[in-house]
Design a protein around this ligand. Structure first.
Ligand code: CA
Length: 491
């Protein structure tokens, strides 16, 4: 059969690659996700260009950086008149659908466009009995969000027009905060202790002040609903739990006392990570059902299947939850692809691919011309085992959302194959969503070969003066090449 491939794009929200067994997870197993990696290619260096939900989704759809598509923070919604790859595939004859999380805005200017069918959660969406908006019609759908997204995806596949290729974007809410599992997974991991990450007790020394200033610490910054305990202050359930040794009462349980702040921190990590992994388990099962469908329908060979997430996440790494930083755990996206007609089973690629490359890659496979104003590059040659000699060896990153929910300071930087240079310009720049006040800018430099966990910035070390100069020039070159501007105080 000689026609454009089907594309099944499964994306979850905040699923870090170090919670997938095909990426060597120390903390869980994901047998169905592993089926994609085993049957295709695993990318070990897929990076987002801004580690936060809404901006990453806009970059994926448009193939452009956030200063170009205008979606820089959680409060800058996407203009649905922008060019996106689903629109181009639809125009080329694909049947297109989007099911699940959208998070690019609501209303006539922001609802999905370019899809023959769409049904989405408004905003973040709820785990249980979520509200959904199906082609502008609001309804409450009984059930568990992850199962609903899988069911609705399967339903759309079953009723599709078999004479044309399809694009199905299946977007899970899970495993985003507040990490509410399905009851069938509620007791998983109950009798085990999940291993702690190497950097669990990071003290944020030897880095710019931004790391210590961030408010995403396991030991201090959860609210009651994050870890399913009774609110210490029932009048203010969103108040943070705070550090220390104060007893915590699991919902429906007895108070738990702690002998030390560290014992309490470890207990909070277990509460958090177990629910996170339970949410992942439902996704894994859902992906298994989709893969079974492709097999049963006889279209597995003709379908490109992708599993990814909109960014990475801190799973207790650096003592944190959440994302946003350019540090490895939140920068890296899981990205696995199965396409038996072109991709070698069980292959692994270490080249650098970015979320702005996805659109170009899908257009390439569909035989649709890639518009000049898309800013990424098709990685089809990488998938087919032939990395071009001029493939990128450095990437540009910018996190615009200064302050806001977790007091993460705005920054930009460059990552090469061996180093990372980060500039915390730390200025809200009057962008919607930014609540922080301006801080004195600072730099960080990491040697990823010697310090892969980014625990010790070597910026300012005279031995690195030449390297720092080279990387700073590279950063500004990359920034200019994508059309972004350097930070200038008072602009
Ligand atoms: Ca996300």
């Amino acid at each position: 059969m000689n026609r454009a491939p089907n594309i099944l794009f499964v994306m979850s929200d905040d699923h870090a690659s170090h919670a997938m067994s095909c990426y060597g997870s120390r903390i869980n197993r994901t047998p169905h996700l592993d089926r994609i990696a085993d049957g295709g290619m695993r990318f070990d260096n897929c990076f987002c260009t801004n580690s936060i939900c809404t901006p990453s989704r806009a970059a994926i759809l448009t193939g452009t950086y956030n200063h170009v598509n205008g979606v820089t923070t959680l409060d800058t919604m996407m203009d649905n008149r922008l060019q996106t790859f689903p629109k181009l595939l639809q125009a080329a004859g694909y049947q297109t659908a989007h099911v699940g999380k959208w998070h690019l805005g609501q209303g006539p200017a922001h609802w999905p466009t370019g899809f023959d069918y769409w049904t989405v959660f408004p905003g973040q969406g709820r785990y249980h009995n979520p509200e959904m908006v199906e082609m502008t019609e609001h309804k409450v759908v009984p059930g568990y969000a992850t199962d609903i997204v899988t069911d609705q995806s399967l339903h759309w596949l079953e009723q599709r027009d078999r004479s044309r290729p399809f694009l199905l974007m299946c977007h899970h809410k899970a495993p985003h905060r507040p990490w509410d599992p399905h009851p069938r997974h509620a007791r998983r991991y109950e009798d085990e202790e999940i291993p702690y990450p190497e950097t669990f007790d990071d003290d944020y020394a030897h880095r710019a002040r931004a790391a210590a200033a961030a408010e995403m610490r396991i030991e201090r910054d959860f609210i009651a609903s994050d870890v399913k305990v009774d609110p210490p202050d029932p009048a203010n359930p969103r108040r943070r739990l705070g550090a220390g040794t104060a007893a915590l009462t699991p919902a429906g349980g007895e108070p738990v006392a702690f002998a030390s702040p560290h014992e309490r921190k470890r207990w909070l990590y277990q509460r958090y990570i177990k629910d996170y992994l339970r949410c992942v388990d439902a996704i894994d099962e859902g992906v298994g059902r989709l893969l079974d469908y492709l097999d049963d329908d006889g279209i597995a060979d003709d379908t490109i299947v992708i599993y990814t997430s909109d960014q990475g996440f801190f799973l207790g790494d650096h003592g944190w939850y959440d994302k946003r930083f350019m540090y490895e755990e939140s920068l890296r996206m899981p990205f696995i692809v199965r396409y038996p007609r072109a991709v070698q089973p069980g292959s692994v690629n270490g080249d650098m691919i970015l979320n702005v490359d996805f659109a170009e890659t899908f257009l390439d496979y569909a035989g649709v011309a890639i518009p000049d104003d898309m800013q990424g590059r098709s990685f089809r040659p990488l998938l087919e085992g032939a990395t071009p000699a001029d493939w990128r060896t450095a990437m540009y990153y910018r996190y615009w959302m200064h302050g806001a929910h977790h007091n993460t300071w705005a920054h930009y930087g460059v990552r090469t194959l061996t180093h990372k240079l980060i500039y915390y310009y730390a200025d809200p720049l009057a962008i919607p969503g930014n609540t922080g006040t301006r801080e004195e800018p600072e730099w960080e430099l990491f040697d990823l070969r010697r310090d892969p966990r980014e625990m010790h910035s070597v910026y300012g070390d005279p031995a690195n003066a030449a390297l720092t100069g080279d990387l700073t020039a590279l950063l500004h070159d990359l920034q200019a090449a994508v059309g972004d501007q350097p930070y200038l105080p008072g602009q």
